[in-house]
Write a protein that binds this ligand. Structure first.
Ligand SMILES: [Zn+2]
Length: 200
């Protein structure tokens, strides 16, 4: 499910990600060593509270007809998103953390029985952490109304068994360096995001 009662069209959304440096297009070496035509770092856009608020309000608007009591997210990436979505929905914001490898709510956070919960995240690739938070909420006998995230990098494949909403989809494209078509086409040499060459 993508779209909905959006105030921004996808070009405006992509523009915000580009302007903040969250979305870079070119020829990059990812941490894994793979080459890619784009690099995505959601934290770069969420560092600007105004943009965080505008983008996260889109998720909130999609679920606004449900009485959401709490917005839950996995730390760390989802915390700002949960906070901003909760602000718009006038709900609580809680986040889960991993302790000895097990995802749980700490810091006195709790999800109560029969509460309507929205689970959110910044970027989803496999959706593993989000699924764990959905399960935590179900274990508390809460109603998981849906899952919302800013960027879908699963090529549209990820599912959660509840309605999902993402602002944009940015396919994760990776190539082994020796078969990278950008290298073959002589596109400017691959760079690691954050390296000096980007700012020159
Ligand atoms: Zn390459």
């Amino acid at each position: 499910m993508t779209g909905g009662p959006s105030a921004l069209d996808s070009n405006e959304i992509l523009d915000i990600f580009r302007k903040s440096g969250a979305l870079l297009e070119g020829h990059f070496i990812l941490t894994s060593g793979a080459h890619s035509p784009n690099y995505f770092q959601c934290a770069k856009v969420l560092q600007y509270p105004n943009w965080a608020q505008i983008l996260c309000a889109e998720i909130a608007m999609f679920f606004k007809d449900h009485k959401i009591h709490a917005v839950a997210a996995p730390a760390v990436g989802g915390i700002i998103v949960a906070h901003e979505v909760a602000r718009t929905l006038n709900a609580r914001c809680v986040f889960s953390e991993r302790e000895n490898g097990v995802m749980r709510f700490r810091r006195g956070f709790e999800i109560k029985r029969d509460e309507n919960v929205l689970v959110v995240e910044d970027v989803v690739t496999t959706g593993g952490s989000l699924k764990e938070v959905v399960q935590l909420c179900r274990d508390a006998d809460a109603n998981v109304i849906g899952v919302g995230f800013l960027v879908d990098r699963s090529n549209g494949q990820v599912t959660f068994g509840v309605p999902k909403y993402s602002l944009i989809s940015v396919d994760a494209v990776k190539y082994e360096p020796r078969v990278c078509p950008l290298c073959k086409d002589g596109v400017r040499p691959a760079v690691k995001p954050g390296s000096r060459i980007l700012s020159e």
